[in-house]
Design a protein around this ligand. Structure first.
Ligand SMILES: NC(=O)c1ccc[n+]([C@@H]2O[C@H](COP(=O)([O-])OP(=O)(O)OC[C@H]3O[C@@H](n4cnc5c(N)ncnc54)[C@H](O)[C@@H]3O)[C@@H](O)[C@H]2O)c1
Length: 441
């Protein structure tokens, strides 16, 4: 099939590469000329395991190409995937200006049938708005052309995006149109050879399914984070509690880790957008108000521990920070807890030596060069002369470090662990003062 992907970000690039991988011809469009130039030159704008090779292979085989030419991209694909960003508007609702601009562009240039697929995370009712926008543009052109709009939300996880796309838990397809359903079924056939993964439903249910999934996961995290604060106060250990409840198959082990808050490009904005939708129609999701409030508070928990240990004034102190990305295996720092922590340390006069295996460049892009930020080349380099270590992202490389070397590099052996990577008793035995989340210190 010939596919156009509109928006070549995390979702667009992974979708494009994976659809090309199974034999489709894919053209990825973006308005960001720098990004497209980089891709055309063989570079990859994001860090995502396995993506690099997959993109190169499919470009070399002539199945994957990149463009900024809207007219050419509309002409190319019978299926046009919209995978542009849907950032929060000022009131928290999803800003649909990129989605609607993409839809209008299709309508301005199309000359034959197009199936337009919303892959971006969009509020309920967006497919109708996309349909209306395309209809308006076609009417303005005075032409009558056949098209349909379907919803196909994306569930990939950054850091495991290729695996998730190639072997999805489910492929949600929302449409009432038989042609759209048949085209999408045949497009996704290579991804469900093992068993049926398509969950077909009406458009509005598909749109809501994506928000419901992210809101449920965010709820689990905030629940565990609040429980962790309680555990600390009453002398229980959240890690033991986690295992105790996770063993119940109705609960399960996934997404039950207490930590220093969730971040990333999806949970924060999707929780906000769903709350907003619910308020607008007079069916408020009170649970989600608490989820968001708890998460904002949780991002500050590590700093509160630092302040309790060192005092409010951190002038002249230097802290090592391990992990900047919002989670391991990505360089994404959108709404990352590390940003709240960095800014709180700077605000109190401290400087930071930070290490992240993938997100140093992104940190530089966000904060620029500043005297109170040193981006270290290795975890150990960041520790050199620091007053304490803060662990913010659970990269695998941090799980079993050389504690003796760490002790000799740090000014004092103090660790604030926002991801509960170590066993408190074992680390105390190594001579560290250890502060973690929801466990006895
Ligand atoms: N990142 C994730 O893990 C993830 C997972 C599932 C769903 N989603 C959803 O997918 C959507 C895209 O997310 P992302 O993380 O890939 O965003 P992103 O910011 O990485 O990429 C979006 C891209 O769209 C481009 N763009 C904007 N307007 C355009 C237009 N009119 N024409 C062509 N290109 C345009 C931007 O330049 C950018 O490169 C969002 O709705 C997001 O919520 C993201």
């Amino acid at each position: 099939m010939k596919i156009t992907i509109i928006g070549t970000g995390y979702v667009g690039l992974v979708t494009g590469a994976c659809l090309a991988e199974v034999g489709n011809d894919v053209l990825c469009l973006d308005v960001d000329a720098k990004k497209i130039d980089l891709l055309k030159a063989g570079g990859i704008p994001i860090y995502e395991p396995g993506l690099d090779e997959m993109v190169r292979r499919n470009v070399a085989d002539g199945r994957l190409a990149f463009t900024t030419d809207i007219e050419a991209s509309v002409a190319f694909g019978d299926i046009q995937f919209i995978a542009v960003g849907t950032p929060p508007d000022e009131d928290g609702s999803a800003d649909l200006k990129y989605v609607l601009a993409a839809a209008r562009n299709i309508a301005r240039h199309m000359s034959s049938f197009k199936l337009v697929v919303d892959k971006s995370t969009v509020p309920v009712g967006t497919a109708d708005r996309v349909k209306a926008a395309i209809g308006e543009e076609l009417a303005a052109r005075g032409v009558k052309l056949d098209f349909c709009v379907a919803s196909n939300p994306e569930f990939l996880k950054e850091g495991a995006a290729i695996e998730d796309f190639m072997k999805p838990d489910r492929i949600v397809i929302g449409t009432d149109d038989e042609r759209a359903a048949a085209l999408l079924r045949s497009l996704y056939a290579p991804f469900q050879r093992n068993h049926e993964r398509i969950v077909a439903m009406d458009v509005r249910s598909a749109e809501l399914t994506k928000y419901a999934a992210n809101a449920m996961l965010a709820t689990r995290i905030s629940f565990m984070n609040e429980l962790a604060i309680l555990a600390e106060k009453i002398g229980a250990d959240i890690e033991q509690v986690r295992q105790g409840i996770g063993s119940d198959p109705r609960i399960g082990y996934h997404f039950l880790y207490a930590g220093c808050g969730y971040g990333g490009s999806c949970f924060p904005k999707d929780v906000q957008a769903l709350r907003r939708t619910a308020q607008e129609v007079g069916a408020p999701l009170r649970v989600l108000d608490a989820v968001e409030e708890a998460n904002e508070a949780q991002k500050k928990v590590l700093i509160e521990k630092v302040v309790a240990r060192f005092g409010e004034d951190l002038k002249g102190r230097r802290f090592a920070l391990w992990g900047l990305a919002f989670k391991p295996n990505t360089d994404d720092m959108r709404d990352a807890p590390s940003r709240v922590i960095l800014e709180a340390l700077w605000q109190r006069g401290a400087s930071v030596a930070a290490y992240d295996p993938a997100a140093a460049e992104e940190t530089e892009r966000i904060y620029g060069a500043r005297a109170d930020l040193l981006l270290s080349e290795s975890p150990m380099q960041a520790l050199d002369g620091a007053d304490a270590l803060l662990i913010v992202t659970e990269w695998k490389a941090f799980r079993s470090p050389n504690f003796a070397a760490m002790k000799s590099l740090l000014k004092a052996p103090i660790i604030f662990d926002g991801r509960n990577l170590y066993a408190p008793a074992a680390i105390a035995a190594q001579g560290f003062e250890y502060f973690s989340i929801g466990r006895r210190q």
